[in-house]
Design a protein around this ligand. Sequence first.
Ligand code: M6R
Length: 364
Amino acid sequence: DKGNRRHFMEKEIHEQPEVISHTLANYVDFTSGISKPLDLPFDFAKIDRLALSACGTAYLSGLIGKYWFERVARLPVDIDIASEFRYREMPISKNSAALFISQSGETADTLASLRYCRKAGVPIGAIVNVRESTIARESDVVLPTLAGPEIGVASTKAFTCQLSVLASLAVRAGVARGTISTETEKVLIRALSEAPRYANQVLKLDEQIEKVARELSHYRHVLYLGRDTNFPLAMEGALKLKEISYIHAEGYAAGELKHGPIALIDENMPVIVIAPHDRIFEKTVSNMQEVAARGGKIILITDRKGAEQASVNTMETIVLPDVPEIITPIVYALPIQMLAYFTAVFMGTDVDQPRNLAKSVTVE
Ligand code: M6R
């Protein structure tokens, strides 16, 4: 049931404040600001590596998780897309644990990667949305995303719920490994608890985002740029856009611009830059200047401070609320989903059932 929405995707985008809150509450106690007890088959304090694998959007959530685990918990993460992971004969030390991320819990390559780790004898956790799924059944612990059924082929709410689980696991790992104090844990959990409220604020920017999407629908190619956790988000933005609007889009680390993609820049390829005002903001500003100097049109997604200090002409600037750093990927996921959604609506494509795609890829 789409409720009063035109598409499932639109409905699922709007459900995010609620399902993010629901998912987080499964892992953290908002009142006390500490992690809830969790029966893990491994001890974050005792492992020295974490292997992560998934496909598509779930993989990109894992890539953001890598930044969190390494930064907050100083835990090295090996991550690969499952179709590579399963064949590349990666050495897995006994002192590691493995996490697999899947909305459906049925993705063939992700399952094969899980079985590879099972053979290697490491403890396995599954971040899944469908509790009764093969990946859930074959893992040692199920770490559910409580997004509810996701019908649209383009994953939206499952992604932000995966991020919510990963962020709360990284905080838990940080405490276990002694890399953050219980005070910092409280600060981070308070920050996480604010994600739903900020997500709600972003949903209210729909008129502006729809206007940007109308513009975007006139182009054939789009480049997405970001640094740090905004790099995987740039790839997610490009994936969303290409899968439902069929506009060719690529997501790049902003620092890679000079190493190739800058050759593509002209007035026919808008560049969407995801850049909250963080410690590397100035680096991204330089990249935007390089784009502007070549006649490229910039759509900047930033916060208030970023908008003030960007010192570059943009085609459009989408200003999001100032949010604590740990929740930026969750909050910034929404405008890129909304951009893809509205663009597809303008293009008149089948938003919920894009051509050639299946919701769950159960064969190789
Ligand atoms: O069910 P899964 O999370 O394992 O699916 C993984 C990918 O097939 C999925 O995320 C796909 O990339 C989506 N269509 C992206 O929107």
